[in-house]
Write a protein that binds this ligand. Structure first.
Ligand code: ADP
Ligand code: ZN
Ligand code: ZN
Length: 844
């Protein structure tokens, strides 16, 4: 009898033992037996049937003392993860105090209900297949002989038939056929597009970036004068655009699609004529798409690396070759070319026969990195993230699992990608707090990246222009190797940053969000045909809606949070639970109908900019307008193609993007995040300001940044302005010694929540008391703070209290958590939740 160790998808502390019935043990016919570890199974748990995962085999010699239940079935035909991930999963479950089975459920693609399908494939040549059959081949084998394989539906039909299944078994054994696990959808076919390139070096050069009718006329005249070739007006226009785009893209061959989007459908005919006249040549270029079928710009490999890129790679590449665990922190200013470092490190890992895993904070923001990866590695790349539909995600997952794809890019949960042997793990924008999952399984993707790299003996690169204070402290202490890049590619300079003090009388009297200095610059930039970005990290129209009679803000009925007015939809929205109500409402306190919006959000900024700069083409990008990925990508494309003059948005426009024509960035109110009761408030503000500053001046023209702030002397703003990361780090480190905070200690938050406030408070008091008692008894060096109501003390109808644990010894902290969990029953109040948040990122 084989006993299996199964992690069930239920809130259980321990794994369970089940036996493997003979009918399942021998059930697999013909083909090689898939392994047991990593299989998804269906098992009884009490009187429920639940999904579980096989994480270990138990020696048949060890007879359990109790009645062992059998597993009911295997849910798939083969394992869903490699055996070498099991120790990693176990460690993660222990560290985050989260049940192993639920950890694995998070790690595996959601909605896994589809069974993978089988496809019959010819394993030898057609003739040796025919040799098995002295007489006539059955029809379906004839088909396989002719086409090398059988379609999914046909294969299923053959395998369902008893007689032909037997035959398949024989042919599999003799290796004439093989079974392939096919994806639920046919792999996307290769696609290419038509491109045109100019043949003659002696064409006149386009004048400027504007395509004015006069400019085209002159250009057309020049061509006929200088080359003696007559071209029509439409042809001149198309040729002119082709030259411009080739310059912009640094690529001679420009796609017809791009030409058409710039000069209309007429471009096709114009190009055909130009082709005849020998002024252009046509070619085909391979197009890479995401699983969505979206098309990407192709990025060629740069001819030369910058000195800094070379220097940094000379540390990374040997470590990849040696295959020993080496964590690097790559601190490189915005625009220094970190992407190329990742790409060449990835090349090295693939060359060493190992896989590559790349994490980005939010996949929607990483389209550029995706495009770079697809350009360099083509169909070896898969994308893993929650924006995919279940079958798409399963496809991508399977490609990685079976080793067909060897480069995975994804958001947080991609850290669990089923790659067998990642030799390189990259965490881009490692400081980003979206790497920390903020509900149920509260893991940190970046921290797990370092851990997983250790498990696989691989290299991990944490990259950022603004490393988290914690990571930088690790680099200083030698735990990570620090690599620094201080120059922008192409000797571009960092933009000059100017502060506008919102505390002056003049500024206060100015009734607009956009102060005169910024407005003047916006006008100037617009007149010069350059692009601008305006950042305000708050969506909606107003921050709150206040009652003019009693001063009370309108609050969410489920949270202690003010509602935000969204004028476009005429709704008041809770940004924590999504509760909405009609914009026209009354004060809950005094029944007054005299309510006024106060404070501002991106929607109001948009309204103001429309009024102040009516001629500007503007677009707003925040989670209200970017909910649709297609729209989001279209906006980014419009930005790239110069169809937007001013882009207004929240933090999502601050990160990662490379818009060469953006020369002005305006931060409308830098102080928003600074008054949060969070010890990282200043750190986060510094990061946001530095990131958005980095969006300016990435092209040929220098950039400029204007930051409007109420606190121009605050250190986070002063250092962000002067691009002084080192000083920011030193300042922050001093502050975090007293009272002590990470990186000098580790934090764990014990959060209690429930619907009855008194019960939550009572439980919080008992938990804190228990912690103190245990600390005293065990002589733990742990500080217990609280209990106290959480800063957001009611969300989604649940009251929230917390106890904060601070300590330097991880083992002691975890021992304390285990002890508290063990006492959970004696603490009573079953209707309240006890949540353990290890290394909390969100202190609210
Ligand atoms: P960041 O460090 O902010 O991620 P990027 O990787 O986006 O910077 O690089 C900025 C720009 O410099 C990109 O347009 C990139 O294609 C270009 N670039 C990077 N390395 C080189 C190189 N060696 N030669 C030419 N251009 C490069
Ligand atoms: Zn009122
Ligand atoms: Zn709410």
């Amino acid at each position: 009898m084989t006993y299996l160790e199964v992690a069930v998808t239920a809130p259980l502390e321990h794994t369970l033992t089940y036996s493997l019935p003979a009918r399942l043990e021998n059930g697999e016919s013909g083909s090689e037996k898939p392994g047991l570890i990593g299989r998804r199974v269906l098992v009884w748990l009490g009187n429920r049937r639940v999904t579980g995962y096989v994480v270990g085999l138990q020696s048949p010699a060890v007879q359990p003392a109790y009645q062992v239940k059998e597993i009911l079935e295997f849910s798939d035909d083969s394992p869903l993860f490699h055996e070498n991930l099991v120790p990693f999963y176990r460690w993660v479950a222990n560290y985050y105090h989260y049940p192993l089975g639920l950890v694995m459920k998070t790690a595996l693609p959601g909605g896994l209900t589809t069974r993978s399908q089988k496809k019959l494939v010819l394993a030898t040549d057609g003739e040796s297949l025919a040799a098995h059959f002295p007489e006539k081949l059955p029809e379906w084998l004839e088909e396989i002989k002719a086409h090398g394989e059988l379609g999914l539906r046909e294969s299923a039909r053959v395998l369902a038939d008893k007689e032909s299944k037997k035959l398949v078994g024989k042919l599999l054994k003799s290796k004439a056929l093989s079974l392939e696990i096919a994806l639920s959808k046919d792999a996307v076919k290769e696609k290419s597009e038509t491109c045109y390139a100019i043949t003659r070096e002696d064409l006149p050069l386009p004048l400027n970036s504007e395509v004015l009718p006069e400019a085209i006329k002159c250009y057309r005249q020049d061509i006929s004068n200088e080359l003696g070739i007559m071209v029509g007006l439409a042809e001149a226009r198309a040729l002119y655009t082709l030259q411009q785009l080739a310059q912009d893209y640094h690529d001679k061959a420009v796609s017809l699609k791009d030409l058409r989007s710039h000069c209309g459908a007429g471009a096709s005919q114009a190009m055909a004529k130009l082709l005849e006249k020998g002024l252009v040549v046509a070619s085909k270029k391979r197009v890479f798409r995401t699983p969505f079928g979206e098309q990407f710009r192709y990025y060629p490999r740069p001819e030369r690396l910058s000195e800094e890129q070379n220097a940094v790679l000379s540390s990374i590449l040997p470590a990849i070759k040696k295959a020993v665990f080496t964590p690097f922190l790559l601190h490189g200013i915005t625009g220094c070319g970190k992407t190329e470092v990742y790409l060449q490190a990835a090349e090295a890992s693939l060359a060493a026969g190992r896989d590559v895993l790349i994490l980005v904070p939010e996949i929607a923001l990483a389209t550029q990195l995706e495009a770079h990866l697809l350009s360099r590695f083509g169909d070896q790349v898969v994308l893993l993230h929650s924006g995919l539909s279940a079958p798409e995600r399963f496809d991508q997952f399977s490609l990685a699992l079976t080793g067909k794809a060897r480069v995975v890019i994804g958001a947080r949960s991609a850290i669990f990608a089923p790659l067998k042997d990642p030799g390189l793990i990259v965490v881009d924008e490692e400081h980003d707090s979206s790497y920390k999952q903020d509900d149920s399984f509260r893991y940190h993707g970046r921290d797990l990246a370092v851990l997983r790299a250790r498990h696989h003996n691989s290299v991990v690169i944490l990259g950022s222009a603004t490393p988290s204070i914690t990571s930088y402290a690790h680099a200083q202490s030698g735990k990570y190797t620090l690599l620094t890049m201080t120059e922008r590619v192409g000797s571009r300079s960092l933009p000059a940053v100017r502060l506008v003090d919102l505390n002056t009388k003049q500024a206060k009297d100015h009734k607009k969000i956009i102060q005169p200095d910024l407005l003047a610059k916006l006008h100037e930039n617009l007149a010069g045909g350059r692009q601008s970005i305006l950042l305000l990290n708050r969506r909606g129209f107003s921050a709150v809606v206040l009652c003019r009679d009693c001063g009370t803000p309108v609050q969410c009925s489920h949270c202690h949070v003010s509602l935000t007015l969204h004028k476009g939809k005429n709704q008041l929205v809770c940004h924590y639970c999504g509760f909405t109500m009609h914009g026209q409402t009354i004060c809950m306190q005094c029944r007054s109908t005299d309510l006024v919006p106060a404070g501002f959000g991106t929607e109001r900024v948009e309204e103001e900019v429309r009024e102040l700069l009516p001629e500007a083409r503007l677009t707003r990008l925040d989670s209200d307008t970017a909910s649709d990925r297609k729209k989001f990508l279209a906006t980014l494309a419009d930005m790239h193609n110069g169809k937007i003059d001013i882009l207004i948005g929240t933090q999502m426009i601050a990160k990662g993007h490379h818009f060469p024509n953006v020369t002005l960035v305006g931060v409308l109110w830098a102080d928003g995040g600074m008054s949060m009761p969070d010890f990282r408030a200043a750190e986060k503000t510094f990061q946001l300001l530095t990131q958005v500053t980095g969006r300016a001046g990435r092209g040929d023209e220098p950039g400029e940044v204007i930051i409007q702030t109420m606190r121009p002397n605050h250190y986070a703003i002063v250092y962000a302005r002067a691009h002084q990361y080192d000083k920011m780090f030193d300042h922050e480190m001093k502050l975090r010694k007293h009272p002590v905070f990470p990186p000098f200690v580790r934090l764990i938050v014990l959060r209690l929540q429930g619907r009855v406030e008194m019960d939550v408070q009572g439980l919080a008091l008992r938990v804190a008391r228990l912690c103190r008692k245990l600390v005293e008894k065990e002589k733990f060096r742990i500080e217990v703070l609280g209990p106290a109501p959480s800063p957001l003390d009611k969300i989604k109808d649940k009251y929230r209290w917390q106890v904060l644990l601070k300590g330097t010894d991880t083992e002691e902290l975890h021992a304390l958590c285990l002890a508290v969990k063990a006492e959970r029953n004696t603490l009573q109040q079953r209707d309240c939740d006890l949540i353990i948040d290890v290394d909390p990122e969100n202190m609210m």
